[in-house]
Design a protein around this ligand. Structure first.
Ligand SMILES: [Zn+2]
Length: 168
């Protein structure tokens, strides 16, 4: 049986056997209001019961409604949801790897190309100096010593490089 406090409107559930047909004094545990309670007719009791059920069900319903919404918002843009719903396949790891590869390619190409340009320019410069050394020495005799030293060092470097290549 559900009792309704007339003072504060609070409802209490008590065993049907507690309230006899002659009535019983009850006290509201919330506000202290006392009254003589008679057994409630089944129809009235049902009304109160449904009211309580509505009130108690309202809060959980709201929580239930809001929770799936949040989940859906997140899952709408998740790769799994897109793949299931729209057939869109997003492989984030693959994209990341591709970007990494591209960056590596760019860095690698930039590094090796600049190294190649550097080597080619050195070779070209040395060739240019080699073919014009007589002219340079003729015009600037004091440079002859430095040119000899320069070519000697280049030859030494090439020897070292050849040794390195053959040793591997
Ligand atoms: Zn009360």
């Amino acid at each position: 049986m559900i009792l309704n406090c007339n003072a504060c409107g609070k409802k209490f559930v008590v065993p049907d056997s507690a309230i006899t047909s002659s009535g019983r004094m009850v006290q509201c545990g919330s506000c202290g209001n006392k009254w003589k309670q008679f057994p409630i007719k089944k129809s009235e009791n049902l009304e109160i019961k449904t009211k309580i059920e509505k009130e108690t069900n309202q809060k959980p319903k709201k929580i239930k409604k809001s929770k799936p919404k949040k989940k859906r918002e997140i899952s709408l843009y998740s790769p799994e949801y897109l793949a299931k719903k729209h057939g869109i396949k997003i492989n984030e790891t693959n994209i990341d790897k591709k970007i990494d590869k591209d960056i590596n390619k760019k860095i690698g190409f930039g590094f090796y190309s600049s190294l190649l340009i550097f080597i080619v320019s050195i070779i070209f410069l040395s060739r240019l100096i080699y073919f014009t050394q007589e002219l340079i020495i003729h015009q600037f005799p004091f440079l002859g010593f430095y040119l000899d030293y320069f070519f000697e060092s280049i030859r030494n470097v090439f020897e070292l490089w050849k040794n390195l290549v053959t040793s591997y």
